[in-house]
Design a protein around this ligand. Structure first.
Ligand code: CDP
Length: 220
């Protein structure tokens, strides 16, 4: 592993970690890894191929065959722009279902660690601090109440022109929380040494500032 600094930001679904992590990366001029997008890409590709989410072996074999590229704000899968296609609730639930398999998780490790490049990386996900970058210089567990997260997700989807129902979203995210936290392989946990950031009552700017302040205090 290289020595470039990593800020790991983990947390439950719709906690805002993606927004906060990418803004922190921007401010520091660091690279940004949206690890959830990788699970979503596996979900989309396997759906197209008709692979069952329970078929751990076939899903594991599929991962190294995928041609994934992150191009500014665009995500390409085998040359096709799938930036919006991977953001649906259906793909999110499918991603969470296949993320339980160690075969899938192991196949994605190298790809994720490859994002650690000069001058540094901000990585967001569920197991960034616990499994992928255990030597992260700063570990943040970013969370918010289920209600606040459902409302954020609702606004996000509506803004994108995707129709949604708040009560369904709340139920989906509680299901996903339960599955992400209880699975055997790399469950969503507050890593040892992680600082908890409760964002129910924080603006995005306040959350970003807190992470940047914490980072300054660990490197000075
Ligand atoms: O947008 P949201 O936070 O709901 O999900 P995401 O970060 O895009 O990740 C989609 C799914 O992938 C999650 O529900 C997790 O089950 C899984 N995931 C994971 O297992 N490990 C990661 N490092 C990132 C995502």
């Amino acid at each position: 592993m290289s020595n470039y600094p990593v800020i790991a930001i983990d947390g439950p679904t719709a906690s805002g970690k993606g927004t906060v992590a990418s803004l922190v990366a921007q401010k520091l001029g660091f690279h940004y890894l949206d690890s959830g997008a990788l699970y979503r890409l596996v979900a989309l590709a396997s759906e197209k191929l008709g692979i069952d989410v329970k078929n751990a072996a076939e899903l594991g074999f599929l991962v190294p065959k995928l041609l994934i590229s992150f191009n500014n704000n665009q995500i390409l899968l085998d040359g096709e722009d799938v930036t919006d296609a991977i953001r649906t609730e259906n793909i999110g639930l499918r991603a969470s279902a296949l993320a339980v398999h160690p075969e899938v998780r192991t196949a994605l490790v190298g790809l994720q660690r490859g994002f650690r490049q000069s001058p540094g990386l901000v990585a967001d996900g569920r197991d960034m601090a616990s499994v992928i970058f255990p030597d992260a210089v700063l570990k943040v567990f970013l969370t918010a109440s289920a209600q606040a997260r459902a409302e954020r997700r609702y606004k996000q989807l509506i803004a994108k022109g995707i129709s949604a129902k708040l009560s369904d979203l709340l139920q989906d995210l509680q299901e996903r929380d339960a599955r992400d936290s209880s699975r055997g392989a790399a469950p969503l946990v507050i890593a040892e040494g992680a600082k908890v950031l409760e964002t129910s009552d924080l603006s995005i700017d306040q959350a970003v500032k807190t992470v940047l302040d914490w980072y300054q205090s660990v490197i000075t």
